[in-house]
Design a protein around this ligand. Structure first.
Ligand code: AHG
Ligand code: MN
Ligand code: MN
Length: 336
């Protein structure tokens, strides 16, 4: 790959596409880039230093917190506070939204919502993990502390969103609503380099990604869809291939490149599914629509849902448009 542009150059270049841009969003993305490098360095040391395993505590959603969950949370939070473009954050690892109290931050116009470490149970077994972020303009007055309304905006109000995948190579993928662009990290020079410009998902594919261990608890429409994926129909590339890593970012990234569908549906025990609307589904849905794909809860567009609470969960179907629509048609055909 010949290096054409670095992430920093690309961000500045694209800032010029927005009339009256002040550079604040570019600087904010720069903070995320910096924290990503720090977290990447730490993840690469997993197994060598004492950073794997749990801290013996649970987050507000009752999930065991891993050391790296908290490390990533602290690094992203600190980086976002330091430059003063962000007035507050909400994170999967924080019980409540956090307001940044310095004068500099009160005058900031953005809030950031994040899943600092996605797929964290995969760290100890050397499997890809990620960070997901979502950026909104605040709706509360500049100069004051952020309010709940700043964090509970529907996903279609996002200004930017993206993820970092810490995989066989580390990549940062983001959108500001003008396409999706991917940058691969070159650790020898410490720079993210443009490697995937204007990423588009194929309209259909032959991969389905779902935790089939939960099969017995799925709605009938999802069970029927899984059987449809497994049918022998060579003219339609079926049976499809089943691929499930258990890190949303990694499963999403593969399906984006190859074409496919990812599902985390409701189950009898968890009617709202598992994934979090604000930290996982909204940013991923924004990216997917910008790549030409679709993201729904099986019935309605994720980005149109008006959130009511920070840690809200939602069933999630995301991927190639034709495949997502097929899932929707099964749910319509077999209502429970
Ligand atoms: P997190 O590590 O941030 O809690 O997210 C884990 C999520 C998501 O990344 C993954 O796709 C899903 O949980 C896996 O859940 P199951 O183990 O229930 O399949
Ligand atoms: Mn997650
Ligand atoms: Mn997480």
């Amino acid at each position: 790959m010949s290096i054409t542009r670095t992430l920093g150059e690309f961000i500045i270049e694209h800032q010029n596409h927005f009339p009256h841009a002040s550079g604040d969003l570019s600087s904010l993305l720069g903070s995320i880039k910096l924290a990503a490098k720090i977290v990447n360095r730490e993840i690469n040391k997993a197994g060598l230093v004492d950073i794997t395993g749990s801290v013996g505590a649970e987050n507000v959603q009752g999930e065991e917190q891993q050391k790296l969950d908290l490390y990533a949370n602290d690094k992203f939070k600190a980086a976002l506070e330091a430059r003063g473009q962000v007035c507050g954050i909400a994170s999967e690892e924080e019980d409540e939204a956090v307001s940044f109290n310095k004068e500099l931050n009160k005058n900031a116009k953005y809030v950031v919502l994040m899943d600092p470490l996605d797929g964290s149970s995969n760290i100890d077994v050397n499997v890809s993990v990620g960070t997901i972020f979502s950026i909104y303009h605040r709706v509360s007055p500049i100069g004051s502390a952020p309010t709940a309304e700043d964090f509970l905006q529907p996903g279609h109000k996002q200004v930017a969103a993206g993820y970092i995948i810490y995989g066989s190579s580390t990549m940062l993928v983001y959108t500001t609503g003008k396409g999706v662009h991917g940058f691969t990290y070159d650790p020898s020079i410490g720079v993210f380099c443009l490697s995937h410009e204007k990423m588009m998902i194929p309209a259909t594919g032959s991969i389905y990604s779902i935790n089939e261990g939960n099969y017995i608890r799925f709605p009938t429409g999802i069970k029927k869809y899984i059987k449809y994926c497994q049918e022998d129909a060579p003219e339609d590339n079926r049976p499809y291939t089943s691929r499930y890593i258990g890190s949303l970012v990694a499963d999403y990234h593969r399906n984006l490149l190859k074409g496919g569908v990812y599902l985390y549906p409701s189950t009898q025990r968890h009617p709202d599914g598992k994934l979090r609307l604000l930290y996982e589904c909204n940013p991923i849905a924004f990216l997917m629509e910008q790549s030409g794909g679709k993201a729904t809860d099986g019935y309605q567009r994720i980005l149109d849902i008006k959130p009511t609470e920070l840690h809200q969960r939602v069933p999630f179907v995301v991927g190639s448009t034709i495949m997502v629509e097929k899932v929707e048609s099964f749910l319509q055909q077999y209502p429970d």
